[in-house]
Design a protein. Sequence first.
Length: 115
Amino acid sequence: VQLQASGGGLVQPGGSLRLSCSASGSTFSINAVGWFRQPPGKQRELVASFTSGGSTNYADSVKGRFTISRDNAKNTVTLQMKSLKPEDTAVYYCFANSRTGAVYWGQGTLVTVSS
């Protein structure tokens, strides 16, 4: 499975961005997808995900501001981010968990929230 993330950039506080992640390869094996982020100097943290059962999970810090969605026909997962804050600045990584137990990562896309 290969993951290609896109959509990062510079945005002012209060602004919006949309991140997309396209999957290719053995996508039939994927049972969970989502986004992590790694702020500067901090550990990687889960932002939002679809579980294997199809439900969604969000970090408390992004609830009500971020929305994860997926298009199974296009093998894409999207993270819509609104009301962005400087503390949302991070490199965002999409990931996919396989039924085999493997975890796949996209290359990361930088989101900078600054005035």
